[in-house]
Ligand binder design. Sequence first.
Ligand code: CA
Length: 372
Amino acid sequence: MKRREFVKTASLAALSATALAACEKQPLQHSPQAPALRANKTFKWKMVTAWPKNFPGLGTGANYLAETITAMSGGRLEVKVYGAGELVPAFEAFDAVSKGTAEMGHAGAYYWKGKSEATQFFTTVPFGLTSQETLGWLKFGGGQELWDELYAPFNLKPFPAGSTGVQMGGWFNKEINQIEDFKGLKMRMPGLGGEVLQRVGGTVVNLPGGELFQAMQNGTLDATEWVGPYNDLAFGLHKVGKYYYWPGWHEPGSIMECFVNQKALAGLPQDLAAIVTHAMDAAYEQMSAEFTARNNRALTTLLTKHKVQLRHFSKDILTTLAKISQEVIEEMIERDPFSKRVYQSYSQFRKESMQWNQIGELGYAQARALVF
Ligand code: CA
């Protein structure tokens, strides 16, 4: 036993000596078996995004991620951010990283529903999980494994890298007192929420964020959802929308993603790969905290300074929207087997979350509101 250990140690020492010698002779020769030999190599990565450069919350969240990776690696992995249209258009970020034109991409998974409808579960779905619950599902409920499986054929590794939290129901130029009030309403609402809106008689007009103000102003739109108080105030939507409705049933907790080209990730030394992975968590926390703080402040500004009229969707309206959302999702999982697998995991997690949320977060929020 002892002899064997000695032989092992001796062989290791010999190997190390050989490795050192090799290192001295050819410091730039790398192999996956010898990460130490690659320690001094530097990497320059490109991050393409679906957001305008420096867009508040989302674009700045991508910047934070890039800066964190660059700083944590001491500059050995330098990440440069490209706004939408700078290197590739917003909706080509997925393909660009898949092909290796860029190493990383920052977007929302639901933008890729043309690749697979199941991507929507990894951002948000109507009446789905909150951000906090989605993160729990991804990290401890089997969600990440399904997401990895979904993106693997595209040579991508996905990560949650931020969240807007729950969104708002949107800006409306007329009151919505009953479900019939959606009939003929021209509203901007992307994704599954838009399908639900159509089934209650609305007309979905999907425009990019930058065009919403004008479309509300000239009557192209009667209503629009965007994000929440922080981003909506920045766009001035309170100047063109009369009533501000809650809750954001269609986007209960939107997760922002960062996907990395798998080959590029595998080509990094272990410590840099770990930095990329853990910087995602830091970026998630940063964006989530920013939206919490800035939404609080912006809502106060909207209500006190701009005298915005808040409205709550009635219980009847929400019940109808929830039932139709369920129909839309059930039809989707019937036509797409992978969505069905994801939904089985997701809906089981929602069931458990609702029980705990009722007495946990919601229970506490109600108790606090009794006095404060
Ligand atoms: Ca939205």
